[in-house]
Design a protein around this ligand. Structure first.
Ligand SMILES: N[C@@H](CCC(=O)N[C@@H](CS)C(=O)NCC(=O)O)C(=O)O
Length: 343
């Protein structure tokens, strides 16, 4: 009862204050602490992986870094909190982390009933299946009766059940929470198949196959059985914080679209293009509107790079994964990545 009254009072205060840019309690706490607590996965090459020095790297990590660069002018002001798929939403709901970059698929129920907000899509993914070649399977339609490793609390688990039911096939799930334990179970033959987002399967195949077996001993089946738009997640209640997370990702995309990268960003400060002048804060206004320094995009691009640079370095041609940009190309290149204008 008491909690209900407190919640109602908080709700009323929020309504009264709406219409102004709300610097809510989350942003205040983050500023006071001087670092962003960013929830990530346990360890997946290309997205979120701590190296031997304990430095986190990956596309998902770069979004945390971009947020810190926008807010603090310093991409290093991030504390990484490794979470399993089962833990990640509770951790952001409870305030243990300020945002989650745990390759979370943007769905209606997560965006509403869980009290969360997805602020964009940093990677358009889809679910697939990883199998040993010696299983002799070429298509997901041949998987009836298979034993399948899957993580709990994921869209993966739900899509798997839907797909097999729709195709009148049976399967035996092996449900394991920690991604490293899932991989170990799969490589030990405790399941015939590992299913998750195709990008994470590509990472597993490129980075986790235990010798003497290699990349070539495994196959990702051609079927993509779902839409998995992966987005940054914040909790409901602090719109200005959500805006900073939203626009930090858009800034990485907008910078790529305008040809601004970590190598030429200083030169670009001299550009006569009015859009570039706005983006880089040479013409002020955007930073003020977002409640951050006018150099927010400059700092993101200088310290983290634009979206394409991060993709190439972590997942693309400059990485061991060599994932095709595919749907994650900019809209100007035939892809889906389209940032609203910074103006
Ligand atoms: N996109 C799916 C699945 C994402 C997911 O949690 N996958 C886990 C388990 S396979 C993972 O890859 N986590 C990365 C990690 O912990 O390094 C979802 O949001 O439910």
């Amino acid at each position: 009862m008491r909690n209900t009254i407190v919640a109602m009072a908080a709700g009323l205060a929020a309504i009264t204050a709406s219409g102004t840019a709300m610097a809510g309690k989350d942003l205040d706490a983050i500023k006071g602490r001087g670092a962003v607590n960013c929830g990530v996965g346990i360890g997946t090459a290309g997205f979120m992986l701590a190296d031997s020095q304990g430095k986190w790297r990956g596309l998902s990590v770069d979004v945390c870094r971009a947020v810190a660069a926008a807010l603090f002018g310093d991409a290093e002001k991030v504390k990484y909190v490794p979470l399993t798929s089962q833990q990640r939403f509770t951790a952001v709901q409870s305030g243990e982390v300020d945002m989650v970059m745990g390759n979370a698929t943007y769905t209606l129920t997560r965006d509403t009933a869980l009290g969360l907000d997805f602020t964009g899509v940093f990677y358009y993914d889809g679910q697939s299946f990883l199998v040993p070649k010696k299983l002799g399977v070429k298509s997901a339609k041949e998987l009836s009766g298979a034993t399948i490793c899957v993580a709990p609390g994921t869209t993966t688990e739900l899509n798997l059940a839907d797909y097999f039911r729709a195709n009148k096939m049976s399967f035996k799930p092996v449900v394991i929470e920690k991604v490293d334990e899932i991989r170990a179970a799969f490589f030990a033959g405790r399941c015939d198949v590992y299913t998750t987002d195709a990008s994470a399967l590509a990472a597993t195949r490129a980075a986790n196959v235990p010798p003497p077996r290699t990349f070539d001993d495994f196959l990702i089946l051609p079927e993509i059985i779902s839409k998995e738009p992966l987005g940054p997640v914040v909790r409901h209640g602090d719109n200005q914080w959500a805006d900073i997370v939203r626009w930090a990702l858009y800034a990485m995309l907008e910078a790529e679209e305008y040809g601004i990268n970590s190598k030429n960003v200083d030169e670009m400060l001299k550009s006569e293009n009015p859009a570039i002048k706005r983006i880089l804060g040479v013409t002020p206004g955007m930073g003020k509107a977002l409640g951050v320094d006018e150099k927010w995009v400059y700092n993101i691009v200088k310290q983290v790079g634009n979206y394409g640079e991060s993709f190439d370095r972590n997942l693309g041609p400059d990485s061991p994964l060599k994932i095709d940009r595919g749907l994650n190309k900019l809209w100007t290149q035939g892809g889906l990545q389209y940032a609203p204008p910074i103006r």
